[in-house]
Design a protein around this ligand. Structure first.
Ligand code: IPE
Ligand code: IPE
Ligand code: MG
Length: 250
């Protein structure tokens, strides 16, 4: 980070309430293509820069005491992109999992792949499983990499498993659905961040994000640094989470 950004980060850090850090942050990492276009580079270059950002943000979130970070890296809808871009993204994701494994492990974080596994290359699943297994007893944040993820797909997959297991209509509850999502141990999303100025959630964490505080920033993902993460957390800390109650009841 440049000196100015470091200074801003220090100032923002002083304003953060360390006892009110969101336990689960979801990030829709958007804007790689526009970032590259503005520099006359290819979209793939933008994705490479975006992938570089992940490390800084994950490390800092872990230091802050965030327990879960879900990163939207490839949606079920993203298969509709040109095939060379899809292939490049899959190569980047695979390379990321392999390259970062030891560093993530050294930082004490955990690793989970979130998404519909059936349509992913077996090699990506195999590499992800190696990371998950290696880091499963680590005490730090859980990095939940969302690949071939769709909020609706996750709910559909949960319903399929519930039916396969033979539950009766009277036994279906919100708790039961939660228990059949991908990685049922993951808590609800507290703060959902989207970069690049788009104000939609694009099928991300539909179930667990039902009560997430939404934060939108015009910053493009490859420019999203630790100061930007602090801004999002500060915005979250200034919200009143009422969960249906009135202000007076809190
Ligand atoms: C987000 O950046 C990364 C993925 C969806 C994989 P985009 O590629 O969507 O970037 P823009 O929206 O075209 O700028
Ligand atoms: C959302 O970004 C998905 C990811 C960041 C992986 P998109 O750029 O694909 O979203 P839409 O289609 O513009 O909403
Ligand atoms: Mg986009």
């Amino acid at each position: 980070m440049s000196g100015d950004r470091e200074q801003l980060k220090t100032e923002l850090l002083e304003q953060i309430d360390k006892d009110n850090i969101p336990a689960h942050i979801g990030i829709i990492m958007d804007g790689n293509g526009r970032w590259a276009k503005a520099r006359g580079k290819t979209r793939i270059h933008g994705h490479q820069e975006g992938a570089r950002r992940v490390k800084t943000v994950v490390r800092f979130a872990n230091d802050l005491g965030v327990r879960h970070i879900s990163l939207y890296a490839f949606s079920v809808e993203n298969w509709a992109r040109p095939s060379f871009e899809v292939s490049a993204l899959m190569r980047l994701i695979r390379a990321y999992i392999i390259r970062e494994r030891n560093d993530l492990h050294a930082e004490g974080v955990q690793f989970r792949l979130l998404g519909r596994m059936e349509e992913l290359a077996p090699e990506i699943i195999r590499q992800a499983n190696i990371s998950t297994e290696l880091m499963k007893n680590n005490p730090g944040l859980s990095l939940n990499l969302c690949i071939n993820y769709g909020g609706r797909a996750e709910i559909v997959d949960a319903i399929k498993r519930i039916i396969t297991e033979g539950y009766k209509p009277g036994e279906i509850s919100e708790q039961l659905v939660s228990q059949h999502l991908y990685w049922p141990e993951l808590p609800d999303v507290d703060l959902m961040v989207r970069t690049s100025g788009e104000m939609r959630t694009s099928n991300f964490h539909l179930w667990r994000g039902a009560y997430a505080e939404l934060y939108f920033t015009p910053v493009l993902w490859p420019d999203f640094d630790n100061a930007e993460l602090l801004k999002a957390i500060l915005a979250y800390q200034n919200r009143e989470r009422r969960f249906g109650k009135t202000s007076e009841q809190l």
